[in-house]
Ligand binder design. Sequence first.
Ligand SMILES: *Cc1c(COP(=O)(O)O)cnc(C)c1O
Length: 414
Amino acid sequence: MSLRQTDPEIADAIGRELERQQTGLELIASENFTSPAVLQAMGTPLTNKYAEGYPGKRYYGGCEFIDQVEQLAIDRARALFGSEHANVQPHSGSGANMAVYFGLLDPGDRILGLELSDGGHLTHGSPVNFSGRFFEFLRYGLDPETQRIDYDRVREIAKRERPRMIQCGYSAYPREIDFEAFGSIAREVDAILFADIAHIAGLIAAEVHPTPVGHASVVATTTHKTLRGPRGGLVLCDSEHAEAIDKAVFPHTQGGPLEHVIAAKAVALHEASQPEFRGYAEQIVSNARALAESVAARGFRLVSGGTDNHLFVIDFGESGMSGLKAQRRLDRAGITTSKSTVPGETRSPWVTSGLRVGTPAVTTRGMKQDEMRRIGDWIADVLESPEDEEMQQQIRVQVEELCRGFPLPYADLG
Ligand SMILES: *Cc1c(COP(=O)(O)O)cnc(C)c1O
Protein backbone atom coordinates (compact mmCIF):
# COMPACT_ATOMS: atom_id res chain seq x y z
CA MET A 1 0.00 0.00 0.00
CA SER A 2 1.37 3.40 -0.93
CA LEU A 3 1.14 6.42 1.34
CA ARG A 4 -1.31 7.97 -1.13
CA GLN A 5 -3.69 5.08 -0.45
CA THR A 6 -3.25 4.78 3.31
CA ASP A 7 -3.09 8.49 4.16
CA PRO A 8 -4.18 10.72 1.29
CA GLU A 9 -4.24 13.87 3.45
CA ILE A 10 -0.57 13.65 4.39
CA ALA A 11 0.40 12.41 0.91
CA ASP A 12 -1.38 15.40 -0.58
CA ALA A 13 0.40 17.91 1.68
CA ILE A 14 3.77 16.30 0.88
CA GLY A 15 2.96 16.46 -2.83
CA ARG A 16 2.13 20.14 -2.59
CA GLU A 17 5.31 20.90 -0.67
CA LEU A 18 7.34 19.11 -3.36
CA GLU A 19 5.53 21.17 -6.00
CA ARG A 20 6.32 24.37 -4.05
CA GLN A 21 9.99 23.39 -3.91
CA GLN A 22 10.02 22.58 -7.66
CA THR A 23 8.37 25.79 -8.82
CA GLY A 24 9.85 28.46 -6.52
CA LEU A 25 13.26 30.06 -6.07
CA GLU A 26 14.74 28.98 -2.74
CA LEU A 27 17.08 31.71 -1.47
CA ILE A 28 16.94 30.97 2.27
CA ALA A 29 20.63 30.78 3.14
CA SER A 30 20.18 27.85 5.54
CA GLU A 31 18.26 25.61 3.13
CA ASN A 32 19.30 23.16 0.43
CA PHE A 33 18.08 20.16 -1.58
CA THR A 34 19.52 16.79 -0.59
CA SER A 35 20.39 14.15 -3.16
CA PRO A 36 17.87 11.34 -3.79
CA ALA A 37 20.38 8.99 -2.09
CA VAL A 38 20.22 11.02 1.13
CA LEU A 39 16.41 10.98 1.04
CA GLN A 40 16.43 7.25 0.37
CA ALA A 41 18.65 6.52 3.39
CA MET A 42 16.27 8.48 5.62
CA GLY A 43 13.19 6.59 4.54
CA THR A 44 14.43 3.19 5.75
CA PRO A 45 13.66 0.66 8.53
CA LEU A 46 16.69 1.98 10.45
CA THR A 47 14.14 4.30 12.07
CA ASN A 48 12.75 1.25 13.90
CA LYS A 49 15.90 0.60 15.91
CA TYR A 50 16.79 1.69 19.43
CA ALA A 51 20.56 2.11 19.78
CA GLU A 52 21.30 4.16 22.91
CA GLY A 53 25.07 4.27 23.36
CA TYR A 54 27.79 4.25 20.74
CA PRO A 55 29.17 1.70 18.21
CA GLY A 56 30.46 -1.34 20.13
CA LYS A 57 28.83 -0.20 23.37
CA ARG A 58 25.03 -0.16 23.13
CA TYR A 59 22.37 -0.56 25.74
CA TYR A 60 20.22 -2.69 23.38
CA GLY A 61 20.73 -5.92 21.43
CA GLY A 62 20.62 -6.25 17.67
CA CYS A 63 22.85 -3.30 16.89
CA GLU A 64 25.40 -5.00 14.64
CA PHE A 65 24.26 -3.29 11.42
CA ILE A 66 23.42 -0.03 13.12
CA ASP A 67 27.01 -0.04 14.41
CA GLN A 68 28.30 -0.36 10.85
CA VAL A 69 26.18 2.60 9.75
CA GLU A 70 27.16 4.87 12.62
CA GLN A 71 30.87 3.94 12.46
CA LEU A 72 30.92 4.78 8.75
CA ALA A 73 29.33 8.16 9.49
CA ILE A 74 31.90 8.84 12.22
CA ASP A 75 34.86 7.78 10.06
CA ARG A 76 33.64 9.86 7.13
CA ALA A 77 33.09 12.96 9.29
CA ARG A 78 36.60 12.65 10.76
CA ALA A 79 38.18 12.16 7.35
CA LEU A 80 36.24 14.96 5.67
CA PHE A 81 37.03 17.58 8.32
CA GLY A 82 40.35 16.17 9.54
CA SER A 83 39.23 16.06 13.16
CA GLU A 84 40.34 13.60 15.84
CA HIS A 85 36.82 12.81 17.04
CA ALA A 86 33.27 13.06 15.71
CA ASN A 87 29.86 12.59 17.29
CA VAL A 88 27.15 12.16 14.63
CA GLN A 89 24.17 11.72 16.96
CA PRO A 90 22.87 15.27 17.64
CA HIS A 91 19.32 15.57 16.31
CA SER A 92 19.89 19.18 15.25
CA GLY A 93 22.37 22.04 15.22
CA SER A 94 20.81 23.37 18.43
CA GLY A 95 21.24 19.96 20.07
CA ALA A 96 24.88 19.86 18.98
CA ASN A 97 25.44 23.27 20.59
CA MET A 98 23.71 22.12 23.76
CA ALA A 99 26.11 19.18 23.97
CA VAL A 100 29.07 21.52 23.53
CA TYR A 101 28.01 23.87 26.32
CA PHE A 102 26.91 21.17 28.77
CA GLY A 103 29.86 18.94 27.93
CA LEU A 104 32.60 21.51 28.37
CA LEU A 105 31.16 24.11 30.76
CA ASP A 106 29.29 24.40 34.03
CA PRO A 107 25.96 26.25 34.23
CA GLY A 108 26.63 29.93 34.87
CA ASP A 109 29.99 29.94 33.04
CA ARG A 110 30.81 32.92 30.88
CA ILE A 111 30.90 32.71 27.07
CA LEU A 112 32.12 35.48 24.77
CA GLY A 113 30.05 35.53 21.56
CA LEU A 114 28.95 37.85 18.79
CA GLU A 115 26.22 40.42 19.43
CA LEU A 116 23.08 38.52 18.37
CA SER A 117 21.70 41.22 16.05
CA ASP A 118 25.06 41.26 14.21
CA GLY A 119 24.45 37.73 12.89
CA GLY A 120 24.48 35.27 15.80
CA HIS A 121 22.12 32.34 16.38
CA LEU A 122 19.46 31.81 19.09
CA THR A 123 21.71 29.19 20.69
CA HIS A 124 24.42 31.83 21.13
CA GLY A 125 22.85 33.20 24.29
CA SER A 126 19.42 34.51 23.33
CA PRO A 127 17.36 35.12 26.48
CA VAL A 128 14.53 33.03 25.01
CA ASN A 129 16.87 30.05 24.44
CA PHE A 130 18.34 27.52 26.90
CA SER A 131 21.80 28.96 26.18
CA GLY A 132 20.87 32.39 27.51
CA ARG A 133 19.19 30.89 30.54
CA PHE A 134 22.01 28.55 31.61
CA PHE A 135 25.11 30.55 30.68
CA GLU A 136 26.27 34.14 30.93
CA PHE A 137 27.03 35.61 27.53
CA LEU A 138 29.43 38.50 26.98
CA ARG A 139 29.47 40.22 23.60
CA TYR A 140 31.78 41.41 20.88
CA GLY A 141 30.28 43.42 18.02
CA LEU A 142 31.23 44.04 14.41
CA ASP A 143 33.39 47.02 13.55
CA PRO A 144 30.84 49.83 12.95
CA GLU A 145 32.70 51.04 9.82
CA THR A 146 33.57 47.81 8.00
CA GLN A 147 30.84 45.64 9.60
CA ARG A 148 33.44 42.90 9.88
CA ILE A 149 34.86 41.21 12.97
CA ASP A 150 37.45 43.40 14.67
CA TYR A 151 39.89 40.78 16.03
CA ASP A 152 41.87 43.33 18.09
CA ARG A 153 38.68 44.32 19.83
CA VAL A 154 37.76 40.66 20.48
CA ARG A 155 41.21 40.17 22.02
CA GLU A 156 40.81 43.26 24.19
CA ILE A 157 37.43 42.12 25.55
CA ALA A 158 38.69 38.54 26.05
CA LYS A 159 41.70 39.78 28.04
CA ARG A 160 39.57 42.02 30.20
CA GLU A 161 36.70 39.56 30.80
CA ARG A 162 38.53 36.22 30.82
CA PRO A 163 35.55 34.13 29.56
CA ARG A 164 35.70 30.35 29.90
CA MET A 165 34.67 29.94 26.24
CA ILE A 166 34.95 32.06 23.09
CA GLN A 167 32.48 31.43 20.34
CA CYS A 168 32.71 32.14 16.63
CA GLY A 169 30.66 31.03 13.60
CA TYR A 170 27.33 32.66 12.77
CA SER A 171 23.98 32.59 10.97
CA ALA A 172 24.11 35.83 8.99
CA TYR A 173 27.74 36.90 8.59
CA PRO A 174 28.72 37.31 4.92
CA ARG A 175 32.48 37.41 5.36
CA GLU A 176 35.30 34.92 5.85
CA ILE A 177 36.04 34.06 9.50
CA ASP A 178 39.69 34.07 10.61
CA PHE A 179 39.63 30.98 12.85
CA GLU A 180 43.40 31.17 13.30
CA ALA A 181 43.06 34.64 14.83
CA PHE A 182 40.30 33.38 17.15
CA GLY A 183 42.54 30.42 18.08
CA SER A 184 45.41 32.64 19.11
CA ILE A 185 43.11 34.90 21.17
CA ALA A 186 41.63 31.87 22.95
CA ARG A 187 45.11 30.52 23.75
CA GLU A 188 46.21 33.90 25.13
CA VAL A 189 43.36 33.99 27.63
CA ASP A 190 43.19 30.23 28.18
CA ALA A 191 39.60 29.94 26.93
CA ILE A 192 37.98 27.08 25.01
CA LEU A 193 37.39 28.08 21.40
CA PHE A 194 34.07 26.86 20.02
CA ALA A 195 33.39 27.24 16.28
CA ASP A 196 29.76 26.85 15.19
CA ILE A 197 30.02 26.20 11.45
CA ALA A 198 26.33 25.34 10.94
CA HIS A 199 26.12 27.55 7.86
CA ILE A 200 29.52 27.12 6.24
CA ALA A 201 30.32 23.43 6.89
CA GLY A 202 29.93 22.57 3.19
CA LEU A 203 32.24 25.41 2.16
CA ILE A 204 34.80 24.23 4.73
CA ALA A 205 34.53 20.59 3.62
CA ALA A 206 35.25 21.75 0.06
CA GLU A 207 38.13 23.99 1.24
CA VAL A 208 36.40 27.06 -0.12
CA HIS A 209 36.48 28.55 3.40
CA PRO A 210 39.35 28.07 5.92
CA THR A 211 38.73 25.37 8.53
CA PRO A 212 38.50 25.88 12.30
CA VAL A 213 39.85 22.35 12.89
CA GLY A 214 43.27 22.74 14.51
CA HIS A 215 42.35 26.15 15.95
CA ALA A 216 39.11 25.41 17.84
CA SER A 217 38.91 22.69 20.52
CA VAL A 218 35.35 21.97 19.50
CA VAL A 219 33.35 22.49 16.33
CA ALA A 220 29.60 21.99 15.91
CA THR A 221 27.53 22.06 12.76
CA THR A 222 24.22 21.24 11.20
CA THR A 223 24.30 18.69 8.39
CA HIS A 224 21.49 20.20 6.28
CA LYS A 225 22.73 23.64 5.25
CA THR A 226 25.67 24.00 2.83
CA LEU A 227 26.70 20.43 3.72
CA ARG A 228 23.52 19.29 1.90
CA GLY A 229 22.69 16.30 4.08
CA PRO A 230 19.64 15.37 6.17
CA ARG A 231 18.33 17.70 8.89
CA GLY A 232 20.63 17.09 11.87
CA GLY A 233 23.76 18.00 13.82
CA LEU A 234 27.36 16.92 14.27
CA VAL A 235 30.15 17.70 16.77
CA LEU A 236 33.87 17.49 15.95
CA CYS A 237 36.56 17.82 18.60
CA ASP A 238 40.06 16.86 19.64
CA SER A 239 40.61 13.59 21.56
CA GLU A 240 40.97 15.49 24.81
CA HIS A 241 37.30 16.54 24.73
CA ALA A 242 35.89 13.40 23.07
CA GLU A 243 34.57 11.69 26.19
CA ALA A 244 32.96 14.86 27.57
CA ILE A 245 31.21 15.54 24.25
CA ASP A 246 29.98 11.95 23.84
CA LYS A 247 28.55 11.93 27.37
CA ALA A 248 26.92 15.31 26.83
CA VAL A 249 25.09 14.03 23.73
CA PHE A 250 24.10 10.70 25.33
CA PRO A 251 22.96 10.28 28.07
CA HIS A 252 23.00 13.92 29.16
CA THR A 253 20.86 15.60 26.49
CA GLN A 254 19.52 12.87 24.18
CA GLY A 255 18.13 9.34 24.29
CA GLY A 256 18.07 6.99 21.28
CA PRO A 257 19.88 8.23 18.17
CA LEU A 258 18.07 8.63 14.82
CA GLU A 259 20.01 5.96 12.94
CA HIS A 260 18.09 6.47 9.67
CA VAL A 261 19.22 10.10 9.76
CA ILE A 262 22.75 9.05 10.72
CA ALA A 263 22.79 6.78 7.64
CA ALA A 264 21.76 9.77 5.54
CA LYS A 265 24.50 11.86 7.20
CA ALA A 266 27.01 9.18 6.16
CA VAL A 267 25.73 9.36 2.57
CA ALA A 268 26.00 13.17 2.54
CA LEU A 269 29.51 13.10 4.07
CA HIS A 270 30.58 10.73 1.30
CA GLU A 271 29.08 13.02 -1.33
CA ALA A 272 30.85 16.03 0.20
CA SER A 273 34.20 14.23 -0.13
CA GLN A 274 33.84 13.87 -3.92
CA PRO A 275 35.56 16.24 -6.39
CA GLU A 276 32.17 17.42 -7.76
CA PHE A 277 31.30 18.81 -4.35
CA ARG A 278 34.23 21.20 -4.51
CA GLY A 279 32.93 22.54 -7.82
CA TYR A 280 29.51 22.89 -6.21
CA ALA A 281 30.87 24.89 -3.25
CA GLU A 282 32.91 27.16 -5.52
CA GLN A 283 29.79 27.83 -7.58
CA ILE A 284 27.78 28.69 -4.44
CA VAL A 285 30.26 31.47 -3.68
CA SER A 286 30.45 32.73 -7.30
CA ASN A 287 26.65 32.77 -7.40
CA ALA A 288 26.38 34.68 -4.12
CA ARG A 289 28.82 37.27 -5.41
CA ALA A 290 26.96 37.64 -8.73
CA LEU A 291 23.57 37.93 -7.01
CA ALA A 292 24.89 40.40 -4.41
CA GLU A 293 26.46 42.55 -7.13
CA SER A 294 23.29 42.66 -9.18
CA VAL A 295 21.20 43.73 -6.17
CA ALA A 296 23.81 46.29 -5.06
CA ALA A 297 23.97 47.69 -8.61
CA ARG A 298 20.30 48.64 -8.19
CA GLY A 299 21.17 50.83 -5.22
CA PHE A 300 20.56 48.50 -2.26
CA ARG A 301 23.00 48.59 0.64
CA LEU A 302 24.57 45.29 1.70
CA VAL A 303 25.96 44.59 5.18
CA SER A 304 29.77 44.92 4.91
CA GLY A 305 29.29 45.87 1.25
CA GLY A 306 29.18 42.35 -0.17
CA THR A 307 30.00 38.70 0.48
CA ASP A 308 32.83 36.14 0.62
CA ASN A 309 30.58 33.15 1.24
CA HIS A 310 27.13 31.76 0.42
CA LEU A 311 24.99 34.63 1.69
CA PHE A 312 24.52 38.38 1.88
CA VAL A 313 22.26 40.66 3.89
CA ILE A 314 20.40 43.64 2.39
CA ASP A 315 20.15 46.49 4.92
CA PHE A 316 17.04 48.67 4.41
CA GLY A 317 18.11 51.03 7.21
CA GLU A 318 15.43 53.49 8.26
CA SER A 319 13.65 53.35 4.88
CA GLY A 320 9.99 52.31 4.61
CA MET A 321 11.01 48.74 3.73
CA SER A 322 11.50 46.20 6.53
CA GLY A 323 12.79 42.64 6.44
CA LEU A 324 9.30 41.27 7.13
CA LYS A 325 7.70 43.27 4.32
CA ALA A 326 10.46 42.41 1.84
CA GLN A 327 10.14 38.70 2.66
CA ARG A 328 6.34 38.79 2.18
CA ARG A 329 6.43 40.73 -1.12
CA LEU A 330 9.11 38.41 -2.55
CA ASP A 331 7.02 35.40 -1.47
CA ARG A 332 4.27 36.65 -3.80
CA ALA A 333 6.77 36.54 -6.66
CA GLY A 334 7.81 32.96 -5.84
CA ILE A 335 11.15 34.03 -4.31
CA THR A 336 11.70 32.65 -0.80
CA THR A 337 14.07 34.55 1.52
CA SER A 338 14.32 35.24 5.26
CA LYS A 339 14.22 38.51 7.12
CA SER A 340 17.30 39.24 9.20
CA THR A 341 18.45 41.66 11.86
CA VAL A 342 21.29 43.97 10.83
CA PRO A 343 24.18 45.52 12.80
CA GLY A 344 22.74 48.39 14.83
CA GLU A 345 19.21 46.98 14.43
CA THR A 346 16.39 49.37 15.41
CA ARG A 347 13.35 47.16 14.68
CA SER A 348 12.10 44.10 16.58
CA PRO A 349 13.44 40.59 15.70
CA TRP A 350 10.02 39.82 14.19
CA VAL A 351 10.06 42.84 11.82
CA THR A 352 13.82 43.52 11.31
CA SER A 353 15.59 45.90 8.91
CA GLY A 354 17.36 43.32 6.77
CA LEU A 355 16.85 40.49 4.33
CA ARG A 356 19.19 37.48 4.19
CA VAL A 357 19.71 35.94 0.77
CA GLY A 358 21.69 32.74 0.09
CA THR A 359 22.63 30.63 -2.93
CA PRO A 360 23.22 27.01 -1.74
CA ALA A 361 19.82 25.72 -2.90
CA VAL A 362 19.64 27.42 -6.32
CA THR A 363 23.23 26.30 -6.94
CA THR A 364 22.22 22.68 -6.25
CA ARG A 365 19.60 23.11 -9.00
CA GLY A 366 22.43 23.96 -11.40
CA MET A 367 21.89 27.71 -11.71
CA LYS A 368 24.89 29.93 -12.45
CA GLN A 369 25.80 33.62 -12.71
CA ASP A 370 23.45 34.37 -15.63
CA GLU A 371 20.47 33.13 -13.63
CA MET A 372 21.71 35.06 -10.58
CA ARG A 373 21.67 38.33 -12.54
CA ARG A 374 18.08 37.70 -13.64
CA ILE A 375 17.05 36.86 -10.07
CA GLY A 376 18.86 39.93 -8.72
CA ASP A 377 16.82 42.13 -11.06
CA TRP A 378 13.57 40.47 -10.00
CA ILE A 379 14.42 41.02 -6.33
CA ALA A 380 15.20 44.68 -6.98
CA ASP A 381 12.00 45.10 -9.05
CA VAL A 382 9.86 43.76 -6.20
CA LEU A 383 11.64 45.78 -3.52
CA GLU A 384 11.40 49.00 -5.53
CA SER A 385 7.64 48.62 -6.12
CA PRO A 386 6.43 46.56 -3.17
CA GLU A 387 2.75 47.36 -3.74
CA ASP A 388 2.69 46.39 -7.43
CA GLU A 389 0.96 43.01 -7.17
CA GLU A 390 0.56 42.67 -10.90
CA MET A 391 4.31 42.86 -11.38
CA GLN A 392 4.81 40.31 -8.57
CA GLN A 393 2.47 37.94 -10.43
CA GLN A 394 4.35 38.46 -13.70
CA ILE A 395 7.65 37.70 -11.97
CA ARG A 396 6.08 34.62 -10.37
CA VAL A 397 5.32 33.29 -13.88
CA GLN A 398 8.90 33.94 -15.03
CA VAL A 399 10.26 32.30 -11.86
CA GLU A 400 8.28 29.13 -12.59
CA GLU A 401 9.54 29.10 -16.14
CA LEU A 402 13.15 29.45 -14.95
CA CYS A 403 12.65 26.67 -12.37
CA ARG A 404 11.29 24.30 -15.03
CA GLY A 405 14.69 24.51 -16.72
CA PHE A 406 16.44 23.39 -13.49
CA PRO A 407 14.32 20.52 -12.11
CA LEU A 408 14.96 18.95 -8.71
CA PRO A 409 16.17 15.32 -8.91
CA TYR A 410 12.99 14.05 -7.23
CA ALA A 411 11.01 12.81 -10.27
CA ASP A 412 10.38 9.39 -8.67
CA LEU A 413 8.69 10.90 -5.61
CA GLY A 414 5.73 12.56 -7.34
C1 LIG B 1 21.06 26.87 11.92
C2 LIG B 1 22.01 27.14 13.02
C3 LIG B 1 22.00 26.39 14.20
C4 LIG B 1 20.87 25.45 14.60
O1 LIG B 1 20.51 24.45 13.78
P1 LIG B 1 19.09 23.71 13.98
O2 LIG B 1 19.30 22.42 13.28
O3 LIG B 1 18.06 24.59 13.35
O4 LIG B 1 18.84 23.54 15.43
C5 LIG B 1 23.01 26.60 15.13
N1 LIG B 1 23.96 27.51 14.91
C6 LIG B 1 23.98 28.29 13.80
C7 LIG B 1 25.07 29.28 13.64
C8 LIG B 1 23.00 28.14 12.83
O5 LIG B 1 22.99 28.96 11.78
